[in-house]
Design a protein around this ligand. Structure first.
Ligand SMILES: NC(=O)C1=CN([C@@H]2O[C@H](COP(=O)(O)OP(=O)(O)OC[C@H]3O[C@@H](n4cnc5c(N)ncnc54)[C@H](OP(=O)(O)O)[C@@H]3O)[C@@H](O)[C@H]2O)C=CC1
Ligand SMILES: O=C(CO)COP(=O)(O)O
Length: 337
């Protein structure tokens, strides 16, 4: 059994800490808020992020950074993409040994256009990082804590580290596959949020299943085109972190990205939507990053561009849909990813 610290006590950090505690690992969940750590530690609940869930009594929580770092043989990072740098900087101040870092966040940093494992490597000294592993796939926290069967990929260039993380999390309801394509796994997990926002917009407007299937399929085509140019294995996008996560996020009411898109499609403004959500909607910042990446790598990403115009240029979703439908004629398979 291992001593694991999970940093970030929102829906996903709490659900994954629950999996680890149920696997009998000595699991400590770190929150940046004392009141939240106290609620988890003493009442075994996290009502804001997982209402109605009773957490395992062997799951401990703290807001003390020194205690959280001292406990860890393995670190799991589950803060939103925006908080990754800051949390790594805090960890770096006290960490004095080499560990495997797992991250479970799904985003790309706008402007720098860096994937999360590379943000972490920028902030953490080589002397403390054995490997960074990305754990990603179709996995809503709300279903994991109910023990609904869930499958994810554990990705690292070093398959030995990916397998250590596989062993850490695997159980009868949480199945983990290894994958050495961390580029594809991170990009798939981040970019599906952009398409899920679009699927929500489509449902919010009142369009049906045909439109959703079109968004999922053509969304996967543009994610794959960009991913391959950035060095990913195209097969990864057919797998759990690609198609798998795209399906679950575009079709589930649990998805915050889908729900945010749905409100946009119903006519709310972006700031009203984000205020109403109260949880992280990673796809908003990632849409900006994906728009910048499409330009940098000269890749056609029409759905992403349409969403960028809705989010940041106040274009009407209905007009964007018409523009997408009436683009220049194309063949479906253009021979490029
Ligand atoms: N929810 C899910 O089912 C899944 C989520 N993910 C990914 O996991 C990541 C985390 O998402 P999720 O847990 O759902 O998000 P939530 O919105 O549920 O929770 C975010 C948590 O992070 C805390 N937080 C915010 N900013 C910082 C910061 N700078 N430093 C430390 N803590 C911070 C929040 O604290 P506060 O309450 O104070 O705001 C809150 O506890 C995202 O990248 C998401 O895409 C991946 C798979 C599934
Ligand atoms: O990544 C997720 C499921 O795999 C969660 O998606 P949301 O952030 O849209 O809720």
């Amino acid at each position: 059994m291992s001593n694991v610290t999970v940093f970030g006590a929102g829906s996903w950090g709490t659900a994954l800490a629950t999996v680890l505690a149920e696997n009998d690992h000595n699991t400590l969940l770190w929150s940046h808020r004392q009141d939240q750590a106290d609620e988890i530690h003493l009442k075994h609940t996290n009502e804001k992020y997982l209402p109605g869930t009773v957490l395992p009594t062997n799951l401990k929580a703290t807001s003390n950074m020194d205690e959280a770092v001292a406990h860890a043989e393995i670190i799991v990072m589950a803060v939103p993409t925006k908080g990754i740098r800051e949390t790594c900087q805090k960890i770096m101040k006290t960490l004095d040994r080499k560990l495997i870092f797992v991250h479970v966040s799904k985003g790309i940093e706008p402007d720098t256009l860096i994937r999360i494992s590379n943000i972490m490597k920028e902030e953490l000294d080589e002397s403390v990082v054995q490997d960074v592993v990305a754990l990603s796939g179709p996995s809503h926290a709300e279903e994991v804590v109910k023990h609904h069967p869930t499958t994810v990929a554990s990705a690292c260039e070093n398959l030995e580290s990916a397998a250590i993380v596989q062993d850490l999390f695997m159980n009868q309801y949480f199945r983990v596959y290894t994958n050495e394509d961390i580029v594809g796994v991170e990009l798939g997990g981040a970019l599906k949020n952009v398409i899920a926002l679009g699927a929500g917009v489509s449902d919010g407007i009142g369009f049906g299943d045909n439109a959703k299937a079109a968004l999922i399929t053509r969304g996967l085509a543009e994610i794959s085109r960009l991913g391959v140019k950035m060095g990913a294995n195209p097969l990864t996008f057919m797998g759990l972190a690609g198609m798998g996560d795209l399906i679950v996020t575009c079709t589930s009411v649990h998805s915050r990205n889908w729900r945010a898109g749905n409100l946009l499609g119903k006519g709310l403004k972006l700031d009203e939507v984000l205020e109403q959500m109260g949880m992280v909607v990673e796809g908003v910042r990632t849409t900006k990053a994906a728009h910048q990446l499409a330009a940098k790598y000269d890749v056609s990403m029409p759905i992403t561009e349409g969403l960028y115009e809705v989010l940041f240029e106040e274009q009407s979703p209905k007009e964007i849909v018409e523009k997408l439908m009436l683009r220049m004629k194309k063949t479906e398979m253009d021979g490029k990813y």
